[in-house]
Design a binder for this molecule. Structure first.
Ligand SMILES: Nc1ncnc2c1ncn2[C@@H]1O[C@H](COP(=O)(O)OP(=O)(O)OP(=O)(O)O)[C@@H](O)[C@H]1O
Ligand SMILES: [Mg+2]
Length: 373
């Protein structure tokens, strides 16, 4: 087994074409489950294919373990790749598909047989070994593709959206299976997806990319609670985070107020102190708050605290998602999503008062879009 190191990696597909991967630096530890996530076209597959040796590196270095890989051909990199479309050989049986890589490497027949059998058992496809790929369901094909990768005991697994052809329920099931497989094998994994839920639930760390540039690398909790910038804040989490424009004004007892033409919200003392230190008094900032930290009550249910002006709005949509209900509220020009419980039936048109839990508000620099506190 081995870690993977990407050093100042650049990729362009042509002399006068723009870079689609820019200055990517990342150390993936031995045994880690690293997920690359980001919108379509952000360079995830390109990066993965450079690690696999399927694309030439334009600039920078790729190491697997201590070995520089830039000019090592794919078959000598000791990696196994699983693609979105599985790429099984249609004329070979499941058994032959799984054995193919080992045969190419001239592994002894009895070793191939025992390895294929054992891994087929793990993946619960033992009873399918004689079938052809066309006689399998999507989920079964996916398992065969995984099986074909794991029989080889590679140093690194590379997976590019391996679940995107499966229906929603099977996708969730296979997510867990891949994570468990990884725990059992302990092999370094680089997994590409455009689905933030998949990334959050599977990755031991997540690398979020946009336009070929890494935006943030961190454990799931970190990128959710402390997103490095507005792009990450918005991309990670469902429903997306709420953003609001405002200005920081002096409040009472040394704290700040996040002020807009329609409402004013207190900023926690700790965040106020740090914002003041960094010179944000009277500056325009963007406030970010996730739906679960928006507190709401019906407008006639209580009075607001003196000295604060809560947000007054009107529910215009309510969406039930399992145990949660998301209430969409229009407040002047702002649209804010608040989380409620499934049993909170808020009728459309209900007038609401919203407040934000000041411990969970995030503040972003409006120009750079970077997180301040
Ligand atoms: N063979 C190629 N020749 C020219 N440009 C390419 C090639 N492959 C990818 N690109 C371009 O490089 C950029 C990154 O593509 P890439 O496939 O890495 O994106 P991705 O993040 O995997 O997207 P998706 O989520 O849609 O799979 C895109 O702008 C794409 O059009
Ligand atoms: Mg891709």
């Amino acid at each position: 087994m081995a870690g993977v190191s990407l050093r100042n990696l650049y990729k362009t597909y042509g002399k006068n074409s723009p870079y689609v991967v820019k200055d990517v630096c990342l150390d993936i530890e031995d045994g880690e489950f690293m997920v690359f996530v980001g919108p379509s076209g952000c360079g995830k597959s390109t990066t993965l294919r450079m690690v696999a040796g399927l694309e030439r590196v334009s600039q920078g270095e790729i190491y697997i373990g201590d070995e520089l890989m830039n000019h090592v051909p794919p078959k000598r990199r000791d990696i196994a790749m699983v693609f979105q479309n599985y790429a099984l050989y249609p004329n070979m049986s499941v058994l032959e598909n799984m054995a193919f890589g080992l045969r190419l490497r001239k592994t002894e027949k009895h070793l191939i047989d025992s390895s294929v059998k054992q891994n087929a058992r793990t993946l619960e496809i033992e009873h399918l070994l004689e079938r052809k790929p066309r006689q399998l369901s999507g989920g079964q094909r996916q398992r065969v593709a995984l099986g074909r990768a794991i029989v080889r005991h590679p140093q690194v697994f590379l997976m590019d959206e391996p679940l995107s052809n499966l229906d929603a329920r099977l996708r969730v099931q296979m997510r867990t299976e891949i994570v468990e497989l990884h725990r059992r094998l302990g092999t370094t994994m680089i997994y590409v997806t455009h689905d933030q839920t998949e990334a959050m639930t599977m990755g031991s760390r997540i690398c979020i990319m946009k336009d070929g540039v890494i935006q943030q690398v961190g454990v799931p909790e970190e990128v959710y609670m402390r997103p490095a910038n507005m792009f990450v804040a918005n991309f990670i989490g469902s429903p997306p985070i709420n953003f609001m424009d405002g200005r920081l004004k002096p409040g009472k007892s040394g704290g700040l107020i996040f002020d807009t033409p329609r409402f004013a919200l207190p900023v926690s003392l700790e965040k106020s102190r740090r914002l003041l230190e960094m010179g944000y008094l009277d500056k325009a900032v963007v406030l970010g708050i996730r739906a679960e930290y928006v507190q709401w009550q019906e407008a006639d249910a209580g009075e607001s605290q003196p000295g604060e002006a809560p947000i007054r709005g009107e529910a215009y949509f309510s969406e039930l998602v399992g145990a949660d209900r998301f209430i969409r509220v229009k407040a002047g020009d702002d649209k804010i999503v608040a989380r409620a419980a499934a049993y909170d039936r808020v009728a459309e048109g209900t007038k609401l008062l919203l407040t934000f839990n000041p411990n969970y508000t995030l503040f972003f620099n409006r120009d750079t879009q970077q997180l301040i506190v």
